[in-house]
Design a protein around this ligand. Structure first.
Ligand SMILES: Nc1ncnc2c1ncn2[C@@H]1O[C@H](COP(=O)(O)OP(=O)(O)OP(=O)(O)O)[C@@H](O)[C@H]1O
Length: 467
């Protein structure tokens, strides 16, 4: 798999063989040479045992497990070629379970849940590509995501998987189309709800032939008071008789959203996770006990070496915090970037692309990229500020409860598809302590303390967690 100029994955034309031997090295010997490890996204390691992706996919308890092959899932040969060109050899559990239901006729709605980084995108992208009639120049599938960064990433998967088809695609994201555009005929349109609403309302996208409607990060897209209203507006502009197949995917579906999701996608096939299954095994969760806000900054700076072993994402509550930290660190000679929703579209695209390509190693950001973003080299996530419910549009502004769903998504930016990753929470007072304890309780998983004053121990623990 290669990255194109935008830093997105593009299949190699001549590489259609399944990458059956792709390995996620847990404990391997000898160390993988850097060039090799870079090309396969493996973690270099010096330990004894090798745990391969194939092993994980053979373990029935793993979310990557599957008993079947892609051939058995009834996909068309052009799409199979696309899948193999991407280096996928076997489906993951969610792909194996969801695809036969998604592709069956008559089409049925789906509410699908699976842990972060387990391959939900391929499941809905393959459904969109399977249902499009390429001989018709009409929009037939639309997909909504909560951020332009995620919409662009999903599009890169549509293009890569559809490489051997004649699929035409278009974005519905801000500042991407000429203002006077009058007609979009692309088969598949991927975007954010505001721009999608605008294009449908102005009939730039003609909705009569739309037969698949996907919400990625569906719980976020249906969050009432947040994106939910706009998403509903889009739905109301889609055909009613018959309505499109509606597909909702996320790693999290809090109870109150699930009720709405059932109305939004009636009679859906459902794939659900139990609460104790939500966290990803490969992500080791730590915390650091900081003295105060300023100490958080000092600790972050002292972590810089570790943050740049692979790539890391630092999550802050506010845009201004992200900018301030980035400015200070830059002034002190560190190389970091900041990304948030107040930046303009072109700048956002160039920052995320640069991070994807590995030109930046540390990205300081807000919840804007908490969900969906898939960058395999990210092996560390720092919750500089813990996520709180009041960051969600629909919550009381003085609500200081932790936002456990956002926490799950944030830490899920690492540990993708069987890889190892680390998350570190900064706690600095009684309130943040209690918030972290609540996260621990909900996830049923211990978050381990790392001393802030012993850099060697810190490094040791972290390196061990990544092996
Ligand atoms: N069958 C497969 N074999 C190998 N790699 C796969 C397979 N399916 C998906 N992947 C890879 O796994 C990574 C994670 O997939 P994806 O982004 O779809 O996860 P997700 O479940 O949507 O996660 P999130 O909940 O964070 O959005 C991607 O890099 C993708 O290319």
């Amino acid at each position: 798999m290669e990255k194109d100029a935008d830093g997105f994955y593009t299949p190699k034309a001549d590489d259609t063989s399944p990458a059956a031997t792709e390995e996620v090295k847990e404990e391997a010997k000898p160390a993988v040479p850097p060039s090799e490890s870079a090309s396969t996204d493996l973690l270099p390691s010096t330990f004894e045992v090798t745990v391969t992706l194939a092993d994980q996919q053979a373990d029935p308890n793993s979310p990557l497990y599957s008993a079947k092959s892609f051939e058995e899932l009834g996909l068309n040969p052009d799409l199979l070629k696309g899948i193999y060109a991407l280096g996928f050899s076997k489906p993951s559990k969610i792909q194996e379970r969801a695809l036969p239901l998604l592709l069956a006729n008559p089409p049925q709605n789906m509410i699908g849940q699976s842990q972060s980084g387990t391959g939900k995108t391929a499941a809905f992208v393959l459904t969109m590509l399977s249902r499009v009639d390429f001989s018709k120049n009409k929009t037939q599938a639309i997909c909504l995501a909560p951020s332009r960064e995620l919409a662009r990433q999903i599009m890169s998967v549509v293009v890569a998987m559809g490489k051997f088809t004649s699929v035409q695609t278009e974005y519905a994201i801000k500042d991407n189309l000429p203002k006077d555009v009058t007609r979009i005929t692309a088969h598949i349109v991927v975007g954010t709800p505001g721009t999608m609403t605008d294009l449908l309302r102005r009939k730039v996208i003609e909705s009569s032939e739309i037969k698949v409607f996907v919400l990625d990060e569906a719980d976020n897209m249906l969050d009432q008071g947040g994106l939910g209203d706009q998403t509903l507006r889009v739905k109301n502009m889609l055909p009613r008789n018959p309505p499109p197949q509606t597909i909702l995917f996320s790693a999290t579906f809090p109870d109150q959203v699930r009720i709405f999701a059932n109305k939004f996608a009636p009679n859906a096939n459902k794939i659900e996770l139990q609460k104790e299954e939500l966290s990803v095994e490969g992500i080791r969760q730590f915390y650091m006990d900081c003295r105060n806000e300023e100490h958080k900054y000092d600790i972050l700076v002292s972590l810089y070496q570790l943050l740049t072993i692979g790539q890391s994402i630092i999550f802050c509550e506010h845009r201004h915090t992200a900018d301030r930290i980035a400015q200070r660190m830059t002034a002190e000679g560190h190389k970091v970037a900041s990304l948030h929703g107040a930046k303009d579209a072109a700048e956002r695209d160039s920052i995320i692309d640069s991070f994807r390509e590995g030109r930046e190693k540390v990205l300081i950001t807000t919840n804007v990229i908490a969900r969906g973003i898939d960058i395999l080299q990210v092996n560390m996530v720092v919750n500089y500020d813990l996520p709180l419910m009041n960051e969600r549009g629909n919550q009381r502004s003085n609500d200081t409860r932790p936002d456990v769903e956002t926490y799950i998504h944030r830490i899920g930016r690492t540990g993708r598809f069987g890889r190892k990753g680390i998350s570190i929470n900064f706690v600095h007072d009684r309130r943040t302590w209690q918030q972290m304890e609540e996260i621990e309780k909900v996830l049923g998983k211990k978050i381990i303390r790392i001393e802030t004053n012993d850099l060697d121990e810190m490094e040791e623990k972290m390196k061990k967690a990544l092996k």
